[in-house]
Design a protein around this ligand. Structure first.
Ligand code: UDP
Length: 484
């Protein structure tokens, strides 16, 4: 692989490209951001990685060996990764999950001032800094990169299909599909057709003026289009048509799946909750007999649906590991499971607040995954060749469900209608875990796993795209230096 060529700095010494990396302060964005940071640093980059103070605090709290510098071990392994934190504008003790609107208003209006100040100081102290890599969901990357003359690299952690939908927000509005019309959408370049129910939750919202909608519009319809380069955690062969389209608008590189070198372990702590060990329990179970259940790190579920899923699991009789994070219903309601459920299922299931998901789903006893369809969970489940039961709750998860169930045919819906009902839940769990009929799903998942492996292999699409990305970075750095 070609390393990026060193760039000259003012005092005449040479250094590798130095990028500031700013992820979105959420678990599902942090994990691939750290994986990308490690990949870039392994390929000659110097990275200064910036977490918000509250994320740093959560990582420290959940770690069994807290270290003020989460990249210390990575540095000891020879990678040049520096680490610092920034305030998102709110005190650490503020409950962001319970007060989501206030938190998002702050992210929208205050966070950029803190980032601006920190990036300004970093650039002043180190003239070798030449790039800003920011999550595409930030509203300020073009402003900050322009101000400090940095190459603006946008990191999109979700599917290309989802970004393409946001890029065409105006077309959806013009055709009445933003919130109202039910006709199939067949006019977006790069997307053959998609139903309105498969759009992201922001594009289905009836109240279009919420702060989250305003953030997504500013970040993804406006700002990300100004990035010099976009890198995306997807795979060329999974979304060829959409990627062809996105490539016409911007240098756009599908380099996924972004996992740690050792799939189940990382040199860097990224957990926002403490992990509970599941392998001893799983070791006692038959191969492919256990269903893993998780709805991720962010979305909430209502108490009725949670109860129906719980009783559906019970009725199915299938063994399960359920990673049910505290506050899944609300931070005000930590014990949201039906009364007595844990006792009733103590021989059938293991319920933990958080686990090492990649380690759990790699275990031979796991045979399926009931998921909210977060993009990381989908990529990880393909890697482990697990068919899915899909229960999307929020944001891109509805669109990801369409990819899994309708396009790739590697999963089924939890319930066909909006109503979650225990008998249907039990039926679908049994179908996935016991039915011969799910063999086709398993076969399709196996094929996708091969696609991912091929993409990452030498000469594979993700590897080639990554090399092209490195070349493009050099060109952009040269252009930027030339323009100064
Ligand atoms: N995860 C984990 N332990 C858990 C639940 C989730 O390590 O108990 C990880 C999971 O492996 C994935 C990430 O958290 O990498 C969740 O990302 P995803 O995109 O699936 O969903 P989100 O949390 O962003 O909704």
């Amino acid at each position: 692989m070609s390393n990026p060529s060193p760039i000259k700095v003012v005092d005449g010494t040479t250094k590798n490209p130095h990028a500031i990396f700013i992820p979105i302060p959420l678990q599902g964005h942090l994990i691939p951001s750290v994986a990308l940071t490690m990949k870039l640093a392994s390929n000659g980059f110097t990275i200064t990685f910036i977490n918000t103070q509250v994320i740093h605090h959560s990582i420290m709290k959940s770690s069994s060996t807290p270290n003020d510098d989460i990249f210390e071990k990575a540095r000891e392994s020879g990678l040049d990764i520096r680490y610092t934190t920034v305030s998102d504008g709110l005190p650490i003790s503020f409950d962001r999950s319970l007060n989501q609107e206030q938190f998002e208003e702050c992210v929208f209006h205050v966070f950029s001032a803190h980032v601006d100040e920190l990036v300004g100081n970093l650039v002043k102290g180190d003239p070798s800094i030449s790039c800003l890599i920011a999550d595409s969901c930030h509203v300020w990357p073009s402003m900050i990169s322009k101000k400090y003359k940095l190459v603006n690299i946008s990191f999109w952690t979700e599917s290309a299909l989802v970004l393409n939908l946001y890029y065409h927000w105006d077309l959806l509005k013009k055709n009445g599909h933003y919130t109202t019309c039910d006709d199939v959408i067949d006019y977006i370049p790069g997307i053959k057709s998609i139903k309105p129910k498969d759009l992201t939750s922001y594009l289905q919202a009836t109240n279009t003026n919420t702060v989250s909608n305003r953030i997504m519009y500013k970040a993804l319809f406006e700002d990300a289009k100004h990035a010099d380069i976009v890198i995306c955690n997807t795979i060329q062969e999974l979304e060829p048509r959409t990627l062809l389209m996105l490539n016409k608008t911007q240098p756009f590189y599908a380099i996924g799946p972004l996992f740690h070198n050792k799939f189940t372990q990382s040199l860097v702590s990224t957990n926002l909750w403490s992990e509970l060990e599941c392998s001893h329990w799983l070791d006692k179970k038959a191969p492919k007999s256990v269903l893993y259940v998780s709805f991720g790190s962010y979305a909430h579920i209502n108490k009725h649906d949670l109860g129906e899923i719980a009783y559906g699991l019970l009725q199915s009789g299938v063994s399960f590991v359920w990673a049910l994070r505290p506050g899944m219903v609300s931070s005000n309601e930590p014990d949201a499971l039906p009364l007595g459920f844990e006792d009733q299922t103590k021989d059938q299931g293991l319920i933990v607040p958080w686990c090492n998901q990649k380690a759990v789903i790699s275990h031979a006893s796991i045979g399926g995954f009931l998921t909210h369809c977060g993009w990381n969970s989908i990529l990880e489940s393909i890697w482990c060749e697990l068919p899915l039961i899909c229960f999307p709750l929020y944001t891109d998860q509805f669109t990801n469900r369409k990819l899994v169930v309708d396009d790739w045919k590697t999963g089924v819906n939890l319930c066909e209608r909006n109503l979650v009902e225990r008998a249907e839940v039990a039926k679908n769990i049994k179908y996935l875990m016991m039915g011969e009929t799910s063999n086709e799903l398993r076969l399709n998942t196996k094929k996708l796993k091969r696609t991912l492996e091929d993409a990452l292999a030498v000469g594979g699409s993700s590897q080639r795209n990554f090399d092209k990305f490195l070349g493009e970075v050099n060109v952009k750095i040269d252009q930027m230096k030339g323009a100064i």
